[in-house]
Design a protein. Structure first.
Lengths: 496, 326
C-alpha cells in the first residue's frame, strides 16, 4: 500500500432554519479502505457529503485532510484540498472527447493553443492507470453509462486526490457493469486513497466496502467493520426501533376487489404482474429502486400503458390508455417526483389543488376563482395544509405541504383507487404521519390505496398487506403483523 | 415584499404607460386628441388581435413565429377566393363571395395552426422550428395565390371591416376589444384556460393530473392561427387588396407586446390584460415618436432596446433564483 491518506470530520454541525440537518458528527476515514456511508432519506447523508464537497458550509465543526484543517468554501476549494466527488448525476459534456472531459478547464496549453498531444496523453495515462480500456479520443456521447461513470472517476483522479467520494455510482448500472466499477474502486483504495462510497443498495455493502458508517437523524448512528456485521445489524442502525403502528383496525378481507390486475407486462420494465386490491385496503408494494414498481403504477394509471395484460375496475375490464381516461374511471396517481410530475411549481396552491378536478369544478367548462376557492377550502382544512396564502406559488410551501397538495388535488375527483408513488419522500416525520392519516381516512371511506415506497418500515406501519416486487415481478406477499423492517428488507433484496 | 410593493410591481407597465401618455400630451402637440387616440387604437388593433392569441401560445409554453406570414397568406387567400367565386368559377355576387370567403380563410388558417400543434405533440417538433418553417411556406403560398401581384377583388362595402367606423370608433378597434374580452374570459374563467396555464407550467404534471395536454396545445395553436386570419382579413379590407407584402415583421411586434405585458417566456404565467397594456404601450410609443418627428431609424432602435429591457425585467426573478439555487 502506498502512503495512506486520512479524511476526518470533527463535530460537523449544520443547522437550517427549523431543522438540524447534522448534529455534531465526528468520524475519521483512513486511506486504503472503502468506507460505505449509508442512511435513510433525511438522515443527513447528503448534507454531510455536500460539506465535504465544499458546496454547503457547516454551521460549526472542522474538516481535516491528512491531519491539517482545511477551509472548504467552494467545490474548487475541496478539489484543491484533495477531496474529489463523483456525483450520480453525470456532469460530463456529451459532445466533447473523454480527454477534454477529464481535463476540463485545465487543458494543457502550448502558448495560446491547446496542446492536444499532451491532453490525450495525460488523459490516457490516467485511464490506463485505472486499468480501464477507454480511448481518451472518443466522444463521451458514444460511451455507455458505466463507461461514463468511469470517466467521471478518472476526472476525479486527475486531481490526485487524498479522498474520493462516490455518490451512488451504481444506481444506473447493470450487474456486470457494477462489478467492473467495484474493481476500479478497489484499485483506488489499494493506492492509499480514502474512498467514501455512498449507497442505498445495502446488498452491495458486503461486495465492496470494508467499513460501514451509518447516519440517522443527523447523527452518527454507528460505524462497524463489514466483516463483523450482519445485514440486520446495519438495517437496525439505519432505522432504529420500528415506530408504533396505528393502522385502522377495520377488516377488509370481505370487501369486494375494486382493482384487479392480471398478467400485466411491459417490455424491459415488469412482467407477469397479478394482484387485486379490495375496497378500503391499503396495499404496499415493497421493492428496491429499479424493481419496476413506478412503471407498474404508471401503467395502471395509463400514463405509460402496459404492453399486455388485463386491468379490471369494479369487475369491469378496461384498457388503461391515458391518465384523463383513468381519472374518469376513478383512479388517481400521485407521482414519485413531486417537483417534475406532481405540481406545476409556478402556479398557486389553489390552482394546483384544482388541477385534477377542473372538470368537476367547472360548470359546462366555465369556472371562477370563487368557485375554485370554495372547492379548495375544504381540502386545505381537511388536510391541514399550511399555506400563508393560497394564491402564492405552490413552490413556496414546505415539502410536506406540497405533498399534501399532490394528494389533495385528487380528493375532489372522487377516486375509488389511489396509487401513491413514494408519498413520503423527503418530508419530515410529522408530515409523514399526516399523510398516513389521510390514507387511512380514505381507507375508512372505502377507497383502496396502493403505496410504493423504499422506506420499508413505513409500509409496515401503514399497509394492511405488502407485495414484494423484485426484478419487475411480484415475488411474494407479506403481512405487516409481526414483521420487522429488517426481515422485509432482506426479503426485498434476496437474490434469485 | 410589502403589499404596496407587490401592487406597484404588478402594475408597473400600467404606470409607465400613464406616465408616457402624460409626457406626450405635454411634449407632442396633437397627441391628446380624440382623433389621434382613436388612430392609435386602429393602428394597433390588427397586431393586437394576434397578440391575445400569442399570449395563450406563450403561456402554454410554445411560440408562433409565422403570424406575419399568416396575415399575408390569409389576406391573399381571401382576395383570391372572392375573385374566383365572383368571377369565372361560380358567378356569385361579390357580396356573396365575401361571405363565403371569410369562413374558408379562417378554416384554412386554423388547419395550419392545428397542424403545428399536432406536429408538436405527436412528433415533438418544437414550435420554434415548425412555425419558422410555416413563416416561409405561408409567405411563398401568399405569393403563389396572388401570382406576385396584389389582387383587388373586393366590393366597396368590404372596406368597412378594416377602415370603417361605428359611432366614430374604428371597427378594427372594436374587434380588438372584443377579442381581448373573449380571450381574457377564456383564460380566466374556463377549464380550458386554466389548463393552458397548467400545461405551460409543467406539461407532465398536467398530463398526470388527467388534463388533455395534446388537445390543449392543438387548440392553442389553432386559436392564434385563426386570429391571424381575422387580422389578415381586416388588413386586406383596409388596403382593399390581398397583398403578399402584408404583415412583414409582425411577429416581432406581437411577441414584443406579449413580453412587455409581463407574460413569462418560460410559459405558465401571464395575463391577457398585460398584453392589452403592452399592445397599447407600443402603439402610443410609435405614435409619440412619429409626432415628435423622431426618425424611423431611431424608432427601430428604441423599439428593439425596449424589447430587451422588457425581457430583462421578465427574466430577472428567474435568473435570481437560478443563482441562489446554484
Amino acid at each position: 500500500m502506498a502512503d495512506a491518506g486520512r479524511l476526518e470530520a470533527i463535530a460537523l454541525r449544520k443547522e437550517y432554519p427549523g431543522t438540524l440537518a447534522l448534529d455534531d458528527v465526528s468520524v475519521a476515514f483512513e486511506g486504503g479502505r472503502v468506507h460505505a456511508l449509508v442512511g435513510k432519506n433525511g438522515a443527513g447523508k447528503s448534507t454531510f457529503i455536500k460539506i465535504l464537497a465544499g458546496t454547503v458550509q457547516p454551521t460549526s465543526g472542522q474538516v481535516l485532510v491528512d491531519g491539517r484543517p482545511v477551509q472548504l468554501r467552494s467545490a474548487s476549494d475541496a478539489f484543491a484540498q484533495g477531496i474529489a466527488t463523483v456525483y450520480q448525476e453525470l456532469s460530463l459534456v456529451p459532445g466533447l472527447t473523454v480527454a477534454e472531459n477529464i481535463l476540463l478547464g485545465r487543458l494543457p496549453q502550448k502558448g495560446p493553443l491547446i496542446d492536444w498531444a499532451r491532453t490525450f496523453r495525460e488523459a490516457q495515462s490516467i485511464l490506463d492507470g485505472m486499468g480501464v480500456s477507454i480511448d481518451a479520443r472518443r466522444i463521451v456521447r458514444e460511451l455507455g453509462v458505466a463507461q461514463k461513470q468511469v470517466v467521471e472517476i478518472a476526472k476525479a483522479m486527475s486531481f490526485n486526490p487524498t479522498a474520493v467520494m462516490l455518490d451512488e455510482p451504481t444506481s444506473a448500472l447493470a450487474q456486470h457493469e457494477t462489478e467492473m466499477l467495484f474493481g476500479i474502486v478497489r484499485q483506488l483504495a489499494a493506492k492509499g486513497v480514502v474512498v467514501i462510497y455512498i449507497t442505498h443498495r445495502l446488498h452491495e455493502l458486503r461486495q465492496i466496502a470494508d467499513t460501514v458508517t451509518v447516519l440517522r437523524d443527523g447523527r452518527l448512528a454507528g460505524r462497524i467493520e463489514i466483516a463483523d456485521s450482519t445485514p440486520e445489524q446495519i438495517v437496525h442502525l439505519m432505522f432504529g426501533e420500528v415506530v408504533k403502528r396505528r393502522r385502522p383496525t377495520h377488516t377488509v378481507n370481505q370487501a369486494k376487489p375494486v382493482l384487479e390486475v392480471e398478467g400485466l407486462a411491459k417490455a424491459g420494465k415488469f412482467h407477469d404482474v397479478s394482484f387485486s386490491l379490495r375496497a378500503g385496503e391499503v396495499l404496499g408494494i415493497a421493492g428496491m429502486l429499479g424493481s419496476g414498481r413506478t412503471e407498474l403504477l404508471k401503467a395502471i394509471f395509463g400514463a405509460e400503458p402496459a404492453d399486455s395484460g388485463e386491468v379490471r375496475l369494479g369487475g369491469k375490464s378496461i384498457l388503461p390508455a391515458s391518465p384523463s381516461q383513468m381519472k374518469d374511471f376513478g383512479v388517481a396517481l400521485t407521482p414519485e417526483d413531486r417537483k417534475a410530475e406532481g405540481l406545476v411549481q409556478i402556479l398557486s396552491t389553489r390552482a394546483n389543488l384544482c388541477l385534477a378536478s377542473l372538470d368537476r369544478i367547472a360548470v359546462r367548462g366555465f369556472t371562477t376563482q370563487a368557485r375554485e376557492r370554495a372547492a379548495v377550502q375544504t381540502l386545505v382544512g381537511g388536510l391541514a395544509i399550511k399555506a400563508p396564502n393560497l394564491e402564492d406559488a405552490v413552490s413556496a410551501l414546505s415539502g410536506g405541504n406540497q405533498q399534501k397538495v399532490v394528494v389533495g388535488k385528487w380528493l375532489n375527483t372522487k377516486p375509488k383507487v389511489m396509487l401513491l408513488d413514494e408519498p413520503t419522500r423527503g418530508i419530515d416525520v410529522q408530515a409523514k404521519q399526516q399523510i398516513f392519516e389521510i390514507i387511512w381516512s380514505l381507507s375508512e371511506q372505502g377507497i383502496g390505496s396502493i403505496i410504493v415506497s423504499s422506506e420499508l418500515e413505513e409500509l409496515l406501519e401503514v399497509c394492511h398487506r405488502i407485495l414484494i416486487m423484485r426484478h419487475g415481478t411480484i415475488v411474494g406477499e407479506a403481512s405487516p403483523e409481526g414483521m420487522t423492517a429488517d426481515e422485509l428488507t432482506v426479503r426485498c433484496m434476496e437474490d434469485e | 415584499m410589502t403589499k404596496a410593493g407587490t401592487i406597484l410591481r404588478r402594475s408597473m407597465m400600467e404606470i409607465i404607460l400613464v406616465l408616457l401618455c402624460i409626457a406626450l400630451s405635454f411634449e407632442a402637440s396633437g397627441f391628446l386628441t380624440a382623433e389621434n387616440l382613436l388612430n392609435v387604437l386602429r393602428n394597433v388593433s390588427m397586431q393586437g388581435v394576434i397578440a391575445f392569441g400569442m399570449t395563450m401560445v406563450i403561456i402554454s409554453g410554445e411560440i408562433d413565429l409565422s403570424v406575419g406570414s399568416a396575415v399575408a397568406f390569409t389576406g391573399c387567400l381571401m382576395a383570391r377566393t372572392v375573385e374566383l367565386m365572383s368571377g369565372q368559377l361560380l358567378h356569385l355576387s361579390q357580396t356573396a363571395a365575401v361571405v363565403v370567403a371569410i369562413p374558408i380563410t379562417i378554416v384554412a388558417a386554423v388547419l395550419v395552426g392545428m397542424a403545428t400543434g399536432y406536429l408538436r405533440v405527436r412528433f415533438r417538433v418544437p414550435t420554434f422550428i415548425s412555425t419558422l418553417a410555416w413563416m416561409t411556406i405561408l409567405k411563398g403560398a401568399a405569393e403563389l395565390v396572388t401570382n406576385g401581384f396584389p389582387i383587388q377583388s373586393f366590393p366597396e362595402w368590404f372596406n368597412f371591416i378594416g377602415g370603417g367606423y361605428v359611432f366614430g370608433v374604428p371597427f378594427p378597434a372594436i374587434v380588438f376589444v372584443l377579442v381581448f374580452a373573449i380571450i381574457h374570459f377564456v383564460m380566466n374563467f374556463t377549464k380550458f384556460g386554466r389548463s393552458v396555464y397548467a400545461v405551460g407550467g409543467n406539461a407532465e404534471a398536467a398530463r398526470l393530473s388527467g388534463i388533455k395536454v395534446t388537445r390543449t396545445k392543438i387548440v392553442v395553436m389553432a386559436t392564434v392561427a385563426g386570429l391571424c386570419a381575422v387580422a389578415g382579413i381586416m388588413q386586406a379590407s383596409q388596403i382593399m387588396s390581398g397583398a403578399a407584402t402584408s404583415g412583414v415583421g409582425w411577429e416581432l411586434d406581437v411577441i414584443a407586446a406579449v413580453i412587455i405585458g409581463g407574460t413569462s417566456l418560460m410559459g405558465g404565467a401571464g395575463r391577457v390584460w398585460g398584453t392589452f397594456v403592452g399592445v397599447i404601450f407600443l402603439g402610443v410609443l410609435v405614435n409619440g415618436m412619429t409626432l415628435l418627428n423622431i426618425s424611423e431609424y431611431w424608432q427601430h432602435v428604441v423599439r428593439g432596446a425596449l424589447i430587451l429591457l422588457a425581457v430583462l425585467i421578465n427574466v430577472a426573478p428567474t435568473a435570481k433564483s437560478a443563482r441562489e439555487s446554484a
